[in-house]
Design a protein. Sequence first.
Length: 72
Amino acid sequence: MRASLKEKIIDICNKKINDKGLDAGLSFYAFFANKNDNPALLMEAAEWWIMTHQLDHFEKAVKIKKMVEEMA
């Protein structure tokens, strides 16, 4: 996963956690605007979320943040 996507995911997770608490959930769509302006980046996030880790549609922001921070 490219560094810019990692940073974006961590930033969004932090915002969700700060706004809604530790139980805040999100899907990979939370990392993108409501338009498909970067399909390659969207597919990269989707592949990581769905194919690589087989995550549910909604996951806890703290879980996603930890997974991304632990990536090499």
